[in-house]
Design a protein around this ligand. Structure first.
Ligand code: NAD
Length: 449
């Protein structure tokens, strides 16, 4: 179905039009202008799709894209330069270089939770590396997907970059094509389907998936500040954030104090929005029901749900354990279970037993404690004494491992992800060592060949 579109992009890519740095920078500028042109429509669409307020939309989606574009434009020339590397003495006379080559025609499949940012951020990488791209935004945020299509068609010809709207069948159809690179963000379940399809053409993939990201709070933490930063990271975007702290695992000796502060900040940050109908809603009925069913047990804050608006109040469940329903899968909503541990060593073993999460947060003012958790537990990335903020540093690679994905992006890592590093040895023709050839006399006439 999308074969002819794919072939047109392939042809355009092979024309080498996308290769020059000038072309790529001008494409990034064009993308930025188009986003600016559609900014009001984009904000409207986010409001419509899940009641996302302007400030939050700007902070987490639009402003983020502008920064990313500016950062990429600033560094692109340096990233794309052919790199001269060392050559061992055994190769005397030759030089070695790494050429930065685009993959070709790429596919970017995005989820609904940050529907704009998670479509555009990988696209910036694809453009910067000189690829063409077919984007597939999420069908669960139709208003935003429409505006993304408008932004893209306003900025680019279809043969270079285009957005295709549609649901699962559209993905299935796209995934049959021999793309040169696939960048997928979404659930681990669909990640496996994407990888299976990619394997048919041996297409390399980046999989940005999810998982249950713990926030571990030790007895040496600044408990009040930990509560504040956990509550912010958890309930922003109504908990529909891939790196949101999924559950809190706190030292039993400070757990009560922590929960008290968390309740305070949940009220302070979100109570008014909930009361005024400004708190973000859950994306659809299915997810609303799934999250609602997790709310039981020792609910010490929130717990109210409204099916007519698909809103779930920020909710804290105290005294949860690993058997609680909310601990069986990634919550991906504004429900926060709190568990307690008697020793940090035991906590490390428990967390290490879970599938590798996308993020982990450790709250402690003792460096040795933070270091021991960072070293002992496998996870994508994270923060000490904070939540979420690590992903906004373009100098840090962002991505998961195991169940939470493979590959990385952001900043230069986005460029690298969409770039093939082509290794070339430039050999001299001034002389030729005979001893590499069969039947050579060891000290033969080196210069006479
Ligand atoms: P999803 O995997 O359900 O959907 C993502 C895309 O896959 C959609 O476009 C959808 O059409 C498509 N899809 C669904 N079923 C398919 C099938 N059978 N075959 C082919 N394509 C199919 O994910 P979602 O619900 O949109 O997003 C939620 C998940 O994404 C969470 O697990 C979250 O943690 C993760 N996530 C990860 C990141 C990250 O950067 N690592 C960011 C955001 C979300």
């Amino acid at each position: 179905m999308y074969e002819s579109l794919f072939n047109r992009q392939k042809q355009f890519y092979q024309s080498e039009s996308t290769r020059s740095i000038r072309f790529r920078i001008s494409a990034l500028k064009q993308l930025k202008r188009s986003i600016q042109y559609y900014e009001a429509a984009l904000l409207d669409a986010m409001k419509k799709d899940f009641n996302k307020g302007e400030a939050e939309a700007y902070l987490t989606e639009i402003g983020y894209a502008y920064n990313d574009i500016n950062f990429t434009i600033k560094h692109l020339k340096e990233w794309a330069e052919t790199e001269k590397v060392k050559t061992p003495v055994t190769h005397i006379g030759s030089t070695s270089r790494i050429y930065k080559e685009p993959y070709g025609v790429t596919l970017i499949i995005a989820p609904w939770n940050y529907p704009f940012n998670l479509t555009v951020a990988p696209l910036i990488g694809a453009i910067s590396a000189g690829n063409t791209a077919i984007l597939k935004p999420s069908e669960h945020t139709p208003a935003v997907s429409r505006v993304i299509s408008d932004i893209i068609s306003f900025a680019f010809p279809e043969k270079y970059i285009t957005a295709v709207e549609g649901g699962i069948e559209t993905n299935q159809s796209l995934l049959t094509l021999p793309f040169n690179y696939i960048f997928y963000t979404g659930s681990s379940h669909v990640g496996k389907i994407v990888m299976e399809n990619a394997a048919q053409h041996l297409t390399p993939v980046t999989l940005e998936l999810g998982g249950k990201s713990p926030a571990i709070v030790t007895r040496n933490a600044d408990v009040k500040l930990a509560a504040k930063r956990i509550v912010w990271g958890k309930f922003i975007n109504a908990g529909q954030t891939c790196v949101a702290p999924d559950f809190v695992y706190a030292d039993a000796s400070i757990k009560e104090e922590l929960v008290r502060h968390m309740k305070y900040y949940a009220c302070k940050f979100y109570e008014e929005d909930v009361r005024n109908g400004k708190y973000m809603r859950i994306v659809n009925q299915k997810h609303f029901e799934r999250i609602r069913d997790l709310i039981h047990g020792d609910v010490v804050h929130g717990g109210h749900t409204d099916p007519s608006t698909l809103t779930i109040e920020p909710t804290i469940i105290d005294n949860a354990d690993f058997g609680h329903d909310a601990m069986q899968e990634e919550i991906f909503g504004p429900v926060l279970p709190v568990l307690s541990f008697a020793s940090l060593d035991k906590a490390i073993l428990d967390v290490r037993d879970l599938p590798d999460p996308l993020a982990l947060y450790i709250f402690s003012d003792k460096k040795s404690e933070a270091d021991s958790v960072i070293k002992a537990v496998p996870f994508g990335g994270g923060a000490v004494n904070d939540t979420i903020f690590h992903l906004a540093n373009p100098h840090l690679p962002f991505g998961g491992r195991g169940n939470s994905g493979m590959g990385k992006y952001h900043g230069k890592y986005s460029f690298d992800t969409f770039t093939h590093e082509k290794s070339i040895l430039h050999q001299t023709t001034c002389f030729d060592f005979p001893f590499r050839y069969p039947n050579a006399k060891l000290f033969g006439k080196m210069l006479k060949y």
